[in-house]
Design a protein around this ligand. Structure first.
Ligand SMILES: [Zn+2]
Length: 271
């Protein structure tokens, strides 16, 4: 599933090609993704210039002067830039064509993605307005994090995966960040010192940034590649490593379930 680093990398990959470029046509082959594709996208977008490409949580935001196209990649969606005409393949559901001849093509076998049009300020949109801060900005800081953690008594792993608390900490990143900060994934959020929470906050930022950096090397794949852009897997310390030796102490990694999600940790290093 595309996580925040993949969405950020997608933004960086497509932005230079479509920013300040004008849409000429939108072709929607499948109208039903997670929700119906907003009809305004075919009606209003042609003729509009994309003035900026932004990201909020896992939404890509293609901004115009009359509104914003919100794209979510769902479980299996991917975007790429096509520079020369190319016949669409199975699951290539939406094309946005531009004045200079390029095409932004959306591919999504499981069709859990979304193409939504809004003319409201984006922060007031119902899918966005209740989201927590972006993890890589100063809005995600220790004072705020500590205050919120004191108010809840949730396993810390569930707490950091709650999008109202902070966005973009997916299942893999949660296990990895907790390992890096030596915190047991089941420890109650209100029973962790400010210092240890700060270690966790730093680990979350580091883990996400590392993944985005690795994604940077795949940026060329957004143009004219046959497959989907390479989603990337950084070296994992605990995730998916059940019974394998901990990289720090050689104790076998344990797997448990928290909030219906697989969770991996070292029983010796994390407490
Ligand atoms: Zn260990």
């Amino acid at each position: 599933m595309p996580e925040l680093p993949e969405v950020e990398t997608t933004k960086r990959g497509i932005s230079p090609h479509i920013k300040n470029n004008t849409v000429t046509e939108v072709i929607v082959r499948k109208h039903q993704l997670r929700w119906p594709v907003s009809p305004e996208i075919s009606q209003l977008l042609p003729g509009q210039k994309i003035i900026d490409v932004q990201r909020r949580a896992k939404y890509l935001l293609l901004k115009t002067t009359i509104g914003t196209l919100m794209i979510h990649l769902g479980m299996s969606g991917s975007l790429r830039i096509i520079k020369a005409p190319e016949t669409e393949k199975k699951h290539d559901h939406i094309d946005i064509l531009f004045k200079d001849g390029i095409c932004l093509r959306y591919h999504d076998p499981r069709r859990f993605g979304a193409y939504i049009w809004t003319n409201k300020p984006i922060n007031e949109h119902k899918l966005i307005r209740k989201l927590g801060p972006e993890p890589l900005t100063d809005f995600f800081n220790i004072d705020d994090f500590y205050t919120k953690a004191r108010l809840r008594s949730l396993p810390i792993k569930s707490f950091i995966m709650d999008a109202h608390m902070v966005v973009g900490v997916g299942n893999i990143y949660a296990s990895e960040s907790l390992f890096l900060s030596n915190i047991h994934p089941k420890r109650a959020s209100n029973k962790i010192s400010k210092q240890r929470l700060n270690n966790l906050l730093v680990a979350i930022k580091t883990t996400l940034n590392k993944s985005i950096e690795q994604g940077g090397s795949t940026l060329k794949d957004f143009v004219n590649s046959d497959g989907k852009p390479g989603y990337f897997q950084q070296t994992l310390n605990v995730y998916s490593r059940k019974n394998k030796p901990c990289s720090q102490c050689s104790t076998p990694i344990k797997q448990i379930t928290i909030g219906q999600r697989s969770t991996f940790y070292c029983p010796k290093c994390q407490h």
